[in-house]
Design a protein around this ligand. Structure first.
Ligand SMILES: Cc1ncc(COP(=O)(O)O)c(C=O)c1O
Length: 434
């Protein structure tokens, strides 16, 4: 079916608030490694991986075989019965955890549900419904997770199941405290103390943050941020939830979990996207006593950690580890970031190049440094027409997000960087030496 016709049918029956990329939306019908093909036979380098999800790559035989084998054996039994793959996956995650001591893992179907579960455990354990989140954050589309999301675009309701306070997010380029100063002062971390002291009862359940804000435009916290915040949290026993839905499993290159770039141990971590390489699975892992704090009540997730998704997730996790995809993210991501940095010196419209590993952002700005969403949109179209798919993010939609599967090669990264250069010129980005 022609994409134009499908888009018209989509508009007729799907909600109007579901975003479709590009002036002429496309349907992807096939993938292989870090490449995808649309329904018209066009080939692309997939540098967004289905929103930072296809971590190992498309159609990876080891993963597909595990899924096929399981699908042919048993699709569903429910968690009322033992599921070996679920237990094995939980054991494997516990071995790899950025949390010390005894851990428990609970599987769900998505990132939103993982955060919902983390909030449930944290609020039950602490006997408090107060939560601190960061501005510019994104934690999901379910009711409670919208309530801890700090981006108005993604908050169609202001109602919340929780008492939420927002701290300033660490965002050097747009920091209200020290963007004009030569060094970051970590005033943003101190803001968490202010928030606790001024906007809460003092008995807060949890602080939740993404180690690198994903939807917010790959915004990286400065060195020392989470360490300082953790000290503040520890003063009153506030739990720390690291939302690793985008950062988990080596994507940042330097570490397996995003939060490991900081010396700040979380009490709970949530994950999804890269866990299943596209399969519907999410999980929350936390200190055993916190996860078990709802004991005495029951809870379940009918589809969470089902046979097929856990079989695929196990194969995916082993694939990431066996092939050192984290190392590749570091190597290829390092090269790509260098190329993007060079490009930024020639195009002042690139206000900042940031990110780690294969989670890289280009913030597009106007001549006064203001967000330039129109340029970002034109850039995306220009990349598409040259065979590269990227994503966008940021409160104003002006940040290009680059997050290919971690098996991407340096050669493909070089090709993509050349396309980015040409796309900037075509999109009309300001050029010149800064
Ligand atoms: C950091 C983060 N947390 C949670 C979510 C929600 O995950 P899902 O869309 O699987 O519900 C997302 C989705 O983009 C995310 O980026």
């Amino acid at each position: 079916m022609r994409p134009g016709e499908l888009a018209a049918r989509h508009a007729a029956v799907m909600p109007g608030w579901m975003q479709l990329y590009y002036e002429e939306p496309m349907e992807l019908v096939r993938g292989e490694g870090f490449k995808v093909w649309d329904s018209e036979g066009n080939e692309y380098l997939d540098f967004f991986g289905g929103i930072v999800t296809t971590i190992s790559g498309h159609a990876i035989p080891e993963i597909s075989e595990a899924v096929k084998y399981q699908a042919d054996s048993l699709l569903h039994s429910s968690t009322l019965y033992l599921i070996e793959n679920q237990v094995r996956l939980a054991e494997r995650l516990a071995e790899l955890a950025p949390i010390s001591g005894d851990k428990k893992v609970f599987f769900v179907g998505s990132g939103s549900e993982a955060n919902e579960a983390a909030l449930l455990f944290a609020t039950a354990y602490r006997g408090s419904g107060e939560v601190i989140a960061l501005r510019n954050s994104y934690h999901g589309r379910s009711f409670a997770t919208m309530g801890i999301t700090g981006q108005s675009t993604w908050r169609p309701t202001s109602r919340s199941a929780l008492d939420v306070s927002y701290a300033v997010n660490p965002y050097r380029l747009r920091c209200p405290f020290c963007k004009e100063k030569p060094e970051c002062t970590l005033a943003c971390a101190e803001d968490v103390r202010q928030v606790v002291e001024t906007t809460t009862t003092g008995h807060v359940a949890a602080f939740i943050a993404e180690p690198i804000q994903g939807v917010g435009g790959f915004v990286e916290a400065p060195p020392g941020y989470f360490e300082r915040v953790k000290e503040i949290l520890d003063e009153t026993g506030i739990l720390f939830i690291s939302d690793e839905v985008q950062t988990a499993f080596g994507r940042t290159g330097s570490h397996f979990w995003g939060i490991e770039a900081f010396d700040a141990e979380p009490d709970l971590v949530t994950m999804a996207k890269g866990l299943g390489n596209g399969l519907s699975i999410g999980a929350v892992m936390g200190r055993a006593e916190v996860v078990d704090s709802i004991a005495g009540k029951l809870s379940l997730s009918t589809f969470g950690g089902n046979h097929v998704s856990t079989a695929g997730a196990l194969a995916n996790l082993e694939y990431i580890l066996d092939n050192d995809l984290q190392g590749n993210a570091r190597e290829v991501g390092g090269y790509l970031k260098e190329r993007l940095g060079e490009l930024a010196t020639r195009h002042p419209a690139v206000g900042e190049v940031r990110g780690r590993g294969l989670m890289l952002g280009l913030e597009m700005v106007g001549s006064g440094g203001e967000p330039d969403a129109a340029l970002a949109a034109r850039f995306m179209e220009a990349c598409r027409s040259r065979g590269v798919l990227v994503g966008k993010g940021g409160l104003k939609g002006n940040v290009i997000r680059i997050a290919p599967p971690l098996i991407v090669t340096r050669e493909a990264a070089r090709e993509a960087a050349d396309v980015f250069e040409a796309a900037l010129a075509e999109a009309g980005a300001r050029t010149g030496v800064r």
